[in-house]
Write a new protein. Sequence first.
Length: 417
Amino acid sequence: MCSSLFIYSHFLEAKKLSEISLDRYFKTPCLSHQSNIFPSTTTNDQVRMSISAPSKKEVSFLKTCINGINTISGILSVPYALSSAGWLSLPLLIVIAVCAYFTCNLLRRCLDSDPKISSYSDIAGRAFRRKGWIIASIIICLELYLVATGFLILEGDNMNKLSPNFQLKLELLKIEGRHAFVIISGLIILPSVWLNDLGVLSYISAGGVLSSIVIVICVLSVGFTREVGFHPEEKVISLRGMPLALSSYTFCYGSHAVFPTIYSSMNKKGQFSKVLWLSFFVCATISFLMAVLGYLIYGHNIQPRITLNLPAEKFASKVAIYTTLVGPIAKYILTIMPIASALESLLPLRYRNWKLTRIMINTALLVSTVVLAIAFPSFQSLASLIGAIMIVLVSFVIPCVCYVKIFEVYRSWGTEF
C-alpha cells in the first residue's frame, strides 16, 4: 500500500523522459547458483560495463561517512514542500528517510552476498540476468545525469539571486543572468571532475556537509531578526500539494545509485551499515530542521528554494546563499562518477583506466549537463520529475525486488517470478 502511494503520488508530478545507456553483458543465474558474475566466454571485444568505484584506493570510515552524508543531503526545497502539503506531511519526511535507509541496507546485503557484485547494476544483473542489468543501468545513468543537471541549475539560480544584472560577454556573444552563471558554475566544477580518488574527494564532500549545517544556522538567525521573524502557519494538510511534497522529500534521499560506489571504495566494508545509519540520520535531522524553520519563518510565501526568500541585504542571508554554492560543487563529481565508469568501460580495453580518458569523459559529461541546465526552466520542476520517476525506482522499488529475487524470499511465499 505504501509503495502504491509513493508511485501514484510521484507520477502525478512526472513528465515523459527517455535516455539510452548500455551496460555490461550479463548472463548469470541467480545468486543461489553461485556462478561467476561474468560469463566465462566473454572476450575483450565484448561490451562490459561496470558502474562501480573508479579508484582502487581504499577509504577510511570517517571519509566514507562524509561522502555518504554529502550525497544524500538536499535541504533547500523541503520548506516549500512542507508549505505545499501542510504540517501533517512532515512525518512523511521521516518515514521516507526510514524507508530509504531500509532499502539501502537491502542493497548492502546484496553487495555482501557475493564479492563479485560491486555495483548497483551487478545486483540487478544477478537477480534478472542481462535484461535486469541493462534496465538498471539505463535508469541509474539517467537519474544521476538529471541530478547532476539539477545541481548546475541550482548554482545558476543562487548566483543570479546575488547578481541579477550580471552579463557574460564573449566578443559578439552576450549571455545574461542565470545562463551565464550556469556556465561559470561549470567552469568552477571543472577541476573537481578531473579527480578520481574518493579519499581526496571526501575533503570536498566535507565542504558540502558543512554548507548544509551553515545554511540551517543562517536561516535560523534570519528568523530572529525583527524584519523577518517567525510567522506560524495553520495549514494542517493539503491533499493537492501532497504529490509535490512526496516528490521533494524523496529527492532528498535519492542517492542509492551512488552508495555502491562508496561501498566499493571502503577499506572496512563491515562498517558500511554504520555509515548508512549515520548518513541517513544526519540528513533526516538537517532536512527536518530546515523544513520546520523555513515554514515557520515564511509560511505560504516560501519560494521553491528557501534561499530565494532570504533578504539579500542581510549578512546571514549572504552567508547562506554563498554557502549554497559549495554544496552542488561538492556533490557533482560523486554523482557523475558511476556514469563516467560506465562510459569508460564501453571503450576498448587498451584505453580504459587512463587518466586522460577519465578526464575527457568527465569533461564531456560536464559540458552536456551545462547545456541541459541552460535549457531546463527550473530546479524545482526537475527535482519533482526526478523524485517522481527515477528515485522511486532506484531507491525504493528495484532494491526490494532484487533482494527478494536474489535471496529467493518469494519461495517462502509459495510463489515464483
